[in-house]
Design a protein around this ligand. Sequence first.
Ligand SMILES: Nc1ncnc2c1ncn2[C@@H]1O[C@H](COP(=O)(O)OP(=O)(O)OP(=O)(O)O)[C@@H](O)[C@H]1O
Ligand SMILES: O=P(O)(O)OC[C@H]1O[C@](O)(CO)[C@@H](O)[C@@H]1O
Ligand SMILES: [Mg+2]
Length: 343
Amino acid sequence: MRIGILTGGGDCPGLNAVIRAVVRTANGRYGDSIVGFRDGWRGLLEDRKVQIQNDDRVDRLLAKGGTMLGTARVNPDKLQAGIEQIKQTLDDNGVECLIPIGGEGTLTAARWLSDEGVPVIGVPKTIDNDIACTDVTFGHDTALSIATEAIDRLHTTAESHQRVMLVEVMGRHAGWIAMNAGMASGAHLTLVPEEPFDVDRVCRMIKRRFQHGDSHFICVVAEGASPDPASMTLREGGIDEFGHKIFTGVAQQLGAEIERRIGKEVRTTVLGHIQRGGAPTSYDRILATRFGVHAAEAAHAGESGKMVALHGTRIDLVPLDEATKELKRVPEERLREAAAFFG
Ligand SMILES: Nc1ncnc2c1ncn2[C@@H]1O[C@H](COP(=O)(O)OP(=O)(O)OP(=O)(O)O)[C@@H](O)[C@H]1O
Ligand SMILES: O=P(O)(O)OC[C@H]1O[C@](O)(CO)[C@@H](O)[C@@H]1O
Ligand SMILES: [Mg+2]
């Protein structure tokens, strides 16, 4: 059998571990050959590929961050217009099943292809952990560890200067990184995209904490968090060529507003792409590896239109249709748990 593989959307620690596991399983167990397409869907539109051998080089990918195949975003309209080209490239390369590894965008495109009759098995990735139908995506644990360590460090410098520290973490539509990192590092407030925040309430919490004699205030802010429009207006950034909202720095703007309203000294740290770079944690290496093994097995078993998913400790197959219907946001009860430590 011949399997195609690609990585799409933002990179994420563990992508290489999936590629390695697909190759080791499909080739080692069944003698399948694997062709990798470069730079996400773009590689399929432009027929840019690499034959991936089951060799030492691939074996050493386990702990390496990033993706050996490269990744890219493609305007969804251009992608749709190129669907015949993609099918042609797959035919020309004798691909019998495609394994796209990506977030909700990549997996939505995978679903289109599957609807067009192309055998596809998706693998969910994203540090944001916002893919439905799977308990967790690989990459999240690594990003969380990096964010937690950073916030741990901010505690000591904030205490020394009696400052308010705002830490902006990734999380475009969902606040999983913010909420989990906030809880793991003992932050005093976490702001997430799921709930608009009220600036006056944030200011009241800060004032109260200092009035009680506490010496610092740490607030984790997801990049996609936004204020209640009645309480503050964020700068507009517009939409990029791939259809994504351009963020204008919510933490920085909130920090300026806090200083203006209550005169407290604020410092803002934006963790940015540091959260996505470097080696995956052992948890992510294992999850990515298990996803890769199961994706290869599913492809070989003739499954299609499915995504591998973690349920408890088991890896299952779920319909791509279900997985791409809506994003997995932080539910109310998790926000309530986190709120027990606010203030
Ligand atoms: N709604 C959509 N329908 C079809 N294809 C899409 C859609 N959204 C995105 N895509 C395609 O999938 C590619 C990857 O999507 P996107 O940039 O959102 O990354 P992703 O896979 O969701 O990962 P990330 O977690 O970084 O967002 C896009 O560049 C585009 O080609
Ligand atoms: O690498 P880029 O294109 O700046 O994308 C950043 C986005 O990708 C993610 O890391 C993953 O979806 C988001 O958290 C973030 O908003
Ligand atoms: Mg996306």
